[in-house]
Design a protein around this ligand. Structure first.
Ligand code: SAM
Length: 342
């Protein structure tokens, strides 16, 4: 089995897998890629709150021909999708040089497709049940250390793009990194808010995530005593959607000042997750059953929070969502996201 993740989370990923799946044995790792031995007869695949994608290992290759020879061990129908990606470098994704990041994976992707015309679907985004060949290489800024070859059958426990989801560049007009965090969460989960829907964000200042949701056509209510960026406050969407600021702590927003119901809840407060969850619980209740989804950022500042994750997950499970998934996105720093779907 292989998992792709942020290099800083390696120890936590290994501890989580050791606790939840003692049947797995650590095999080897590179920064951003950790592998385990699993009994091939065991169908149930482990998941990790820190992984963006995971799958089965096939082997190592030094060139396109060897990688394709490994791929020959996979069934050819249904059509195999190709995911070529670079491991996360040991630095925040938004500090990578955009002229270099991804170039090694792009060159390999082109070479594999040229060497095996028609073998892979052109579209990268995987659909449920798709068989995907994964080719994982070192970040383009670092020395080449060959090709790690794996595969997975796509399902909702991993993102549908190469490596789960790629880093979404923060646009120049975005007031904060949270613009990329919410966009990556939407792409990784496939849980896509629709224009005209209503979102509440707890911890909305200065407004990167709120702006991303406004740009998707949502009406957004932001709850934060901090100052919102003027571009968010002045936003006027083509569909008449706007931003409403509740400039008070989450515990102090009066019920009468909120919309009667809302489809989306985002939480990105810089508070311990045990405290942040109290507010999430209140705002889930205030949505009166209308929620479609929630993106809850959990700040992981130390080992204590890591150890509390199972207890936090128990509380999150009680929010009544039909499905809860966890991941750590390329734009995250000392945080993960819980993605809930009703
Ligand atoms: C990481 S920032 C949020 C970034 C924001 N999501 C964005 O898109 O730009 C954390 C925010 O949590 C807010 N915060 C902290 N405690 C809060 C509380 N009790 N209620 C509401 N907001 C709170 C802080 O004021 C701060 O603006």
């Amino acid at each position: 089995m292989w998992f792709t993740h942020q290099p800083v989370s390696t120890a936590w990923l290994k501890r989580e897998i050791a606790a939840t799946r003692p049947d797995l044995r650590f095999a080897f790792s590179r920064p951003g890629l950790t592998t385990f031995k699993i009994d091939p007869a065991v169908a149930a695949e482990p998941i990790s709150s820190f992984a963006r994608a995971h799958g089965r290992s096939i082997g190592r290759a030094t060139n396109v021909d060897e990688a394709l020879a490994h791929a020959a061990s996979l069934p050819s129908a249904p059509l195999v999708r190709l995911h070529v990606f670079e491991r996360d470098p040991d630095r925040p994704a938004d500090e990578r040089d955009p002229a270099i990041a991804g170039t090694r994976a792009a060159a390999l992707d082109a070479a594999v497709r040229a060497a095996a015309p028609g073998r892979f679907a052109d579209e990268v985004e995987a659909k449920a049940g798709d068989l995907v060949l994964d080719l994982i290489v070192a970040p383009a800024e670092e020395d080449d250390d060959g090709i790690f070859v794996g595969w997975h059958r796509h399902d909702a426990t991993r993102g549908p793009f190469a490596g789960g989801v790629g880093h979404v560049a923060i646009p120049a007009h975005a007031p904060s990194r949270a613009w990329a965090k919410i966009e990556e969460a939407i792409r990784w989960s496939g849980l896509v808010p629709k224009a005209g829907e209503v979102a509440i964000e707890i911890g909305s200042a200065p407004g990167g995530a709120s702006l991303a949701l406004l740009e998707r056509g949502l009406h957004v209510h932001g709850v934060d005593p901090g100052a919102m960026d003027p571009r968010v406050l002045a936003y006027a969407g083509a569909g008449g959607n706007r931003f409403t600021h509740h400039a008070v702590p989450a515990a102090e927003v009066a019920k009468k000042d909120l919309p009667k119901t809302y489809e989306w809840l985002a939480s990105d407060v810089n508070l311990a997750p045990m405290v942040a969850l109290k507010y999430v619980e209140r705002f889930v209740a205030l949505a009166h059953g209308g929620l479609r989804g929630a993106f809850i950022t959990l700040k992981l500042n130390d080992d204590g929070v890591f150890e509390a994750l199972p207890r936090l997950a128990t509380r999150i499970a009680k929010l009544g969502a039909a499905r809860v998934r966890y991941t750590q996105l390329p734009s995250h720093r000392s945080e993960i996201v819980a993605i809930l779907e009703w």
